[in-house]
Design a protein. Structure first.
Length: 477
């Protein structure tokens, strides 16, 4: 397990030093980690990265080399460095489990701890959660576009460095991908890996047929051939069929072919017809070549005969939206044993924070089991499912609806209590199954790839009134 304690911005350390000088280090505060806007055109996000956030917290400590480096900066006194030597996380953390469908302004992670600790962990938590949530969301959109076809993550070589490739692959599995080409990710997370050969394999043999035969000899039970090196329909597919017949004569069945260039709709339909006529209706057609959710959706609309989609660059980099933009904001501080709400005010209304120690409820229709809206409340609030509940838009307050036949589910779950982990980590494949269930609770309108319906995230009456009271107190002094 890597020690990422030094994975922080310098201003976290300068603030911690300032808290120490001002004798504020032990003051207990609450921070919320959330994002303000969905990525790209998506109406939702898929929470991811919690397991790595937990690993970071579990291993939070400054090594002797770390302290020596910080001492050499000449910015901090000896007392502060001694405090860093002894630091560990002693507070509470609640989080929304990985794989949960989430929306803007909802606290994905809620930290309650001495400000000395809570400030330190901001940068790493944002780095971990922002990246994996972004990629899990992108993968989910690609999987939606594939409409039940298998999707593979093929992006390692185009990822923004090794960590992005490894943890991007993990997030893609959460989002619904069936496998990754990333062998290290497969080993680390016990997830399926898939891959065949490149064009260079074909080009290294005298003929395409020689290359196919050599590959079939090496992998008779998992033979999938790349057919577009020279001429897909006049050479690649006919040669693949020849080898497939030879395999079958030896008692083996081929997996299929891969298309990596050209008009994938046209070529896949032609290749499918050729495979069927040759007696290989079960041979799969795999497509790659700069795919994303929009291209896949269009190819499906054109009747492309593709069974498996290999998606690389666009998924691993979330090409159309390269950053989630999550933030970590102070929302309360403890004074004389009681939490006092805090608010950040901005001329940009969407940057004004929701104050206080909060939780999130998801409201479902009891008959359809579909999600209706989310309600952010203060932590002490409860919801009585036996009584009508009126919710309203926190900006356009005239937009209201009253729910009667509904059920409420609290999204935040305990992760740490007084520095001790109380949460059991699920397996990655269990998280993927949970994501599928979560996606099934969304109406199709929220899952549209373009111009989706905006999901309702409302504030309780009490939280709404608190926010407005604090706004008036700070604005009109």
């Amino acid at each position: 397990m890597r020690n990422l304690t030094m994975l922080t911005d310098l201003y976290q350390l300068t603030m911690m030093y300032g808290y120490d000088i001002a004798e504020k280090s032990d003051e207990v505060v609450v921070f919320d980690l959330f994002f303000r806007r969905n990525s790209g055109e998506s109406a939702y996000a898929v929470a991811a990265g919690l397991e790595q956030a937990i690993e970071y917290i579990e291993n939070l400590h400054f090594s002797d080399d770390d302290i020596a480096y910080l001492r050499d900066l000449g910015m901090f006194n000896a007392d502060f460095l001694r405090k860093l030597e002894n630091i560990s996380f002693t507070g509470d953390i609640d989080a929304i489990p990985e794989g949960t469908v989430v929306f803007p302004n909802e606290p994905l992670i809620r930290v309650r701890a001495p400000i000395f600790e809570a400030q330190l962990i901001e940068t790493a938590l944002l780095n971990i959660v922002n990246h994996q949530t972004l990629i899990a969301t992108k993968a989910s959109r690609v999987v939606q576009a594939a409409q039940g076809d298998s999707v593979l993550e093929f992006g390692l070589r185009r990822a923004q460095g090794p960590d992005a490739g490894i943890y991007g692959a993990r997030a893609a599995i959460i989002g619904g991908c069936d496998a990754t080409s990333n062998v290290l990710a497969g080993k680390m997370f016990d997830i399926p890996v898939q891959g065949t050969h490149a064009h260079s394999w074909i080009m290294s043999f005298p003929t395409e047929l020689d290359a196919f035969r050599a590959y079939a000899q090496a992998f008779p039970n998992s033979c999938l051939l790349l057919v577009d090196t020279y001429d897909t329909l006049r050479s690649g597919v006919p040669n693949a069929i020849t080898v497939f017949k030879e395999l079958r004569a030896k008692g083996h069945e081929p997996v299929g072919i891969r298309l990596d260039s050209g008009d994938l709709a046209y070529l896949s339909k032609k290749a499918r017809k050729m495979l069927n006529e040759a007696g290989f209706p079960n041979a799969k057609v795999v497509a790659s070549s700069d795919l994303d959710e929009d291209v896949i959706w269009d190819l499906k609309a054109q009747g492309a005969a593709v069974d498996v989609w290999g998606v690389g660059t666009a998924m691993i980099t979330s090409k159309n939206c390269p950053a989630l933009g999550g933030v970590y904001k102070l929302v309360a501080e403890e004074v004389n044993g009681e939490l006092v709400p805090k608010i950040k005010i901005s001329e940009n209304a969407f940057k004004i924070t929701n104050p206080g120690y909060k939780k999130v409820f998801r409201l479902y229709d009891k008959e359809t089991h579909k999600a209706i809206a989310d309600l952010i409340t203060l932590d002490h609030e409860t919801i009585d499912e036996t009584k009508p509940l009126t919710i309203f838009d926190p900006v356009d307050t005239w937009k209201r609806m009253t729910l009667t036949n509904f059920k409420a589910r609290q999204l935040l779950v305990p992760i740490y209590r007084r520095g001790r982990r109380v949460y059991e980590l699920p397996s990655l494949m269990d998280i993927q199954e949970y994501t599928k269930k979560e996606m099934s609770t969304l109406w199709a309108e929220y899952k549209r790839l373009t111009k989706p319906h905006v999901y309702k995230v409302d504030l309780s009456n009490e939280l709404y009134n608190l926010k407005n009271r604090l706004l008036k107190e700070h604005t009109f002094k």
